[in-house]
Design a protein around this ligand. Structure first.
Ligand SMILES: [Zn+2]
Ligand SMILES: [Zn+2]
Length: 293
């Protein structure tokens, strides 16, 4: 009898395909596989809340992300445990020893407090943490996002059971679940639209093919796609850009929506595309404010 294939198996197999073609992927693969192992160890067994269809539709139509205002209803036990686990993750890099030591003396309640404030958009506890412990903010941001991801994904899936309701009522470029900006896009069943994906919660929603998720520009003459061939992997990659706000979006063709773990992988395995876009003068999420031409 064939054993059940887990997300981890799929992640490992996919990385192996990359490594077979280009050894350079070895290091990043190791770091990501370890991340997925830690995520699987702390799989959230929470009982998510749902909302009535009428309320769901109203919220979606008014453009309000579903978790907004509901942050206190999110059970963060598993996110806290994962955060603690990730203070020992090899992906931390040079600051690993510092994080490990700091994590040991950290009470659960304090981690929960910072995570919940983060969800509410209150960055004060986060800043206080990084300043008082002298921790690099960029690493801390990644740890917070990854520790929340599996939990937020469970809530998002429960809230949007009916994908048609979502497709009919949500037309925005930001995530309908948590409100964050999308990280990657997927073209799946139809070339008419893209699915935008959020790496904060695994959110997945349809968006027009000819439109910019960052600024809403729909002028096809001010929107462009680059197609890049990778000589080593043989794969073809796509980057959509907007000339109005100078944002870019990495696009991949998928048969099925990627799991949150695979989403992170899609993002990590395509950093050369980020470099390509930035060299051409595009920015993730658009040109920083105060700098627009
Ligand atoms: Zn999201
Ligand atoms: Zn734009």
């Amino acid at each position: 009898m064939a054993a059940k294939t887990t997300v981890l198996d799929n992640v490992k197999r996919r990385w192996q395909q990359f490594i077979d073609k280009d050894k350079q992927y070895k290091d990043i693969a190791k770091v990501h596989i370890e991340l997925v192992e830690r995520m699987e160890k702390q799989t959230p067994k929470v009982s998510p809340f749902t909302v009535e269809e009428e309320e769901l539709i109203n919220r979606l139509r008014s453009g309000q992300p579903l978790l907004e205002g509901n942050e206190d209803r999110i059970e963060l036990r598993y996110a806290v445990a994962l955060f603690r686990d990730l203070t020992e993750w090899s992906g931390i890099g040079d600051a690993k020893r510092q994080f490990k030591k700091w994590g040991k003396g950290l009470p659960d309640a304090e981690i929960e407090n910072v995570l919940r404030a983060w969800l509410k958009g209150d960055l004060e506890p986060f800043t206080r943490w990084s300043v008082s412990a002298g921790l690099p903010q960029d690493v801390l941001v990644v740890l917070i996002q990854y520790s929340l991801l599996p939990t937020l994904h469970v809530y998002g899936e429960a809230l949007i059971e009916n994908k048609t309701v979502l497709a009919d009522n949500w037309k925005n470029g930001y995530c309908p679940v948590c409100g964050d900006a999308p990280t990657v896009a997927e073209i799946r069943d139809s070339e008419r639209f893209r699915y935008l994906r959020c790496t904060s919660c695994g959110g997945d929603w349809q968006f027009k093919r000819i439109a910019c998720p960052t600024c809403g520009n729909e002028d096809h003459e001010r929107l462009e796609s680059f197609f890049i061939e990778d000589s080593k992997t043989g794969g073809k990659s796509q980057i959509d850009v907007c000339e109005d706000c100078k944002s870019y979006m990495k696009v991949s063709h998928k048969l099925q929506p990627s799991s949150p773990e695979m989403l992170i992988m899609d993002d990590l395995a395509t950093t050369h595309l980020d470099l390509f876009a930035m060299e051409k003068g595009y920015y993730k999420g658009g040109k920083p404010e105060g700098n627009v031409q």
